[in-house]
Design a protein around this ligand. Sequence first.
Ligand code: PEP
Length: 253
Amino acid sequence: MSETERTPLIAGNWKMNGSAAMAEALVDAIAAGRSDSAAEVLVIPPFPYIDRLSRRAAKGGLQLGAQDLSVHASGAFTGEVSGPMLVDVGAGYVLVGHSERREMHAESDAVVAAKFEAARAAGLKPVLCVGESRQQREAGETEAVTRAQVEAVVDRCGAGALADAVIAYEPVWAIGTGLVATPEQAQGVHAFLRARVAEHDATIAGRIRILYGGSMKPQNAAELLACEDIDGGLIGGASLSADDFLAVIAAAG
Ligand code: PEP
């Protein structure tokens, strides 16, 4: 399947930034400025803003996502937010295994797989974030690390579970650092990941969207998005500026 048959997905991960007013203004500006882009656009605000953005996002043709979820559906888990709650307030997607969660909250591949399962059980589309650290890249472990991150999900949920999911390749050394993978580096890992999915299911491999994340911005988006196996972007810093995010959306076509 050629890349043109996969609708590009441009996702903005706001992380723990903003305010209610900023969130509303940003969604309005993105909705107004995306004009006739063919890309699917996803905004991923902090939990407290999802509810208040859901109508605005829907009206503006934007998808809404969350940055994390609990492995549990309900119960005595103080501070956690469950998949069904996210669906309740209008989220359609959820990030699982973002490197900041893996690093700062010690989320193992097994925990990430459990979150992937919980997301699907709630009816959310999981965006599975994978990627190697600088040390792992320098040690030649990029493929082993990213393969294990995908396989943990396949082992727990089955390859069919990837059908309605998204993979985001985010080299940890490129997140929030200003360093960006070259198109060759990124395309190489994306093709590797698609081939790993194809070992399980060629149809899903042809359809699954694999996003690149790691200091994507207007200056580098076009050349990354032109790569055959790069189907969109997961954007952190640059998604907090409507102008920058809209320029990335425009680069996706
Ligand atoms: C991210 O947080 O997923 C990310 C890619 O951040 P940035 O674009 O700022 O590197």
